[in-house]
Design a protein around this ligand. Structure first.
Ligand code: GDP
Length: 463
């Protein structure tokens, strides 16, 4: 390592201790003092500053000594390999004879949900070495089908001819199999998310902090290729905006979602994280304009945000939000706007959203395929990342915990803990699978448990 690397590493070590000296001293003093509110506020400000410095130093560390370039190259190579494997799978030498998997695009839900349905089908196809046939006649976003909006997912094999179709699960090796929705599949195969291919995992983890969503992002990258008219419509809308880095993407999902599938979140909850992002960025570079790309299905949010936060410049198209706010959201009219929003959110430097929304999750997954590693470039106000219908998501204990102090549970190193969520206060909630105890878990004592599955290795495709 270089001199700069060693110096920075030592600086982070020393400043982490300084962080604690400060907190310990100030909070200790506070115990005996009156008029606490103003003092606590000042302490929090100091702590936030010190935290930002530490994070910013760590960020620099990750870019030093050519590591950044190495990761960039490796990410591009692995992505390219996955795309070529998918291309190979989708273009069999003899389409007539190829084993196929049929995916019906008739799921009665929004576009984010439908994209995830296709991702599920494509992962299924990849795992079972079947060419995916997308059956999209009568599709709600274009009755003529997916292929009229996006490039087809195969150049040479788009039909199962008149072959007999058998519904999954099948007890014999049927030639053409049709998939149910992920929600209603009996006995979920182990290759479903959040599993990642075993033969690629050791490469992915070296450049990306969240391989599961990176893998999903690769599926989206393969299928989401707008045809010329759609691409032109997207480009035209984007050309009208002054989209420039640095920029933070904010997705605010309201209307029918609130109260049914997610809680209401006020604009200031999102903006607090936008402010954090810019405050930290300003430690290393001047920021002349604090730009925010705002995507929403609530027609009033953009005006409201501009009024409440005049020190920020908001980008966004009110007509897109207006269309999204109405029942028209399931029509072709809404599709262009949503694709613009997704595309823009995924290009932002940082994303603030709610992962309870499939739109928020798709934006993050696309972000993951746009860059080397987006796993530290988002904040979800509610759920941790998940894939609807996924297999169990565990964390594994990397340190022992003696529970009981804070309603937290006990665990030993190596215990698997099924997680329900992170409370973003230092604790999450989960169940120790060894003891069956459910309660709070100090998040820092656990790490994500990555599930590796022996997917086919597609040896025919050169590495
Ligand atoms: P979810 O309901 O948020 O989990 O996601 P879905 O994609 O299944 O359905 C929500 C639908 O609302 C989307 O497909 C869009 O049509 C619309 N929508 C939600 N958020 C936005 C947004 O930020 N921009 C636009 N243009 N549409 C949105």
């Amino acid at each position: 390592p270089s001199e700069e690397y060693e110096n920075l590493r030592r600086r982070i070590h020393s400043n982490t201790k300084e962080f604690w000296y400060y907190a310990n001293h100030e909070l200790g003093k506070l115990m005996h003092e009156s008029d606490k509110e103003a003092k606590i506020r000042a302490i929090l400000e100091q702590l936030s500053d010190r935290k930002s410095t530490l994070l910013s130093d760590q960020e620099k560390l990750s870019e030093m000594d050519g590591y950044h370039e190495w990761r960039q190259l490796e990410a591009a190579n692995v992505s390219d390999l996955v795309q070529r494997r998918l291309h190979y799978l989708q273009n069999p030498p003899d389409c007539r004879e190829a084993r196929k998997l049929i995916c019906n695009l008739n799921k009665g839900c929004g576009f984010g949900c439908q994209l995830h349905h296709i991702v599920y089908c494509l992962i299924f196809a990849y795992a079972t070495e079947r060419t995916l046939i997308l059956n999209s006649k009568g599709w709600r976003y274009n009755t003529k089908g997916w292929e009229y909006v996006f490039h087809p997912i195969s150049e040479s094999c788009l039909s199962s001819y008149d072959d007999k179709v058998v519904q999954w699960p099948v007890s014999y090796d049927a030639k053409v199999v049709s998939l149910p929705f992920i929600d209603s599949i009996s006995q979920k195969p182990k290759f479903l998310p959040l599993a990642v291919p075993k033969d690629l995992a050791h490469r992915i983890v070296r450049f990306n902090g969240d391989p599961s969503s990176w893998w999903v992002g690769q599926m989206l990258k393969f299928v989401l290729k707008p045809r010329l008219p759609m691409q032109k419509a997207i480009n035209d809308t984007i050309a009208k905006m002054n989209f420039k880095s640095p920029i933070v993407g904010v997705h605010i999902r309201r209307t029918d979602k609130v109260g049914t599938e997610a809680a209401f979140h006020h604009i200031h909850e999102y903006m607090a994280h936008v402010k954090d992002y810019y405050d930290q960025l300003e430690l290393t570079r001047p920021v002349d304009v604090r730009r925010v790309y705002l995507a929403t299905d609530d027609a009033n949010v953009l005006d409201d945000a501009r009024q409440k936060y005049p020190e920020y410049t908001f980008l966004g198209d009110p007509s897109i939000a207006k269309t999204a706010a109405t029942h028209r959201r399931y029509t072709p009219l809404s599709l262009t706007g949503l694709l613009v929003d997704l595309h823009m959110l995924a290009m932002c430097d940082y994303l603030v959203c709610t992962f309870s929304s499939q739109v928020g999750r798709v934006a993050y997954e696309m972000m993951q395929s746009n860059r080397v590693d987006a796993s530290n470039s988002f904040f979800s106000l509610d759920d941790i990342y998940y894939f609807g219908g996924q297999n169990a998501h565990d964390r594994v204990a990397i340190m022992q915990n003696h529970g009981g102090k804070n309603e937290d549970i006990s665990f030993e190193v190596g215990d698997k803990i099924g997680v329900a969520g992170n409370h973003w206060n230092g604790y999450g909630r989960g169940t120790n699978k060894r003891t069956n105890m459910n309660g709070l878990i100090p998040w820092y004592k656990t790490a994500d448990h990555l599930v590796l599955y022996p997917f086919p290795e597609y040896k025919q495709v050169p590495i």
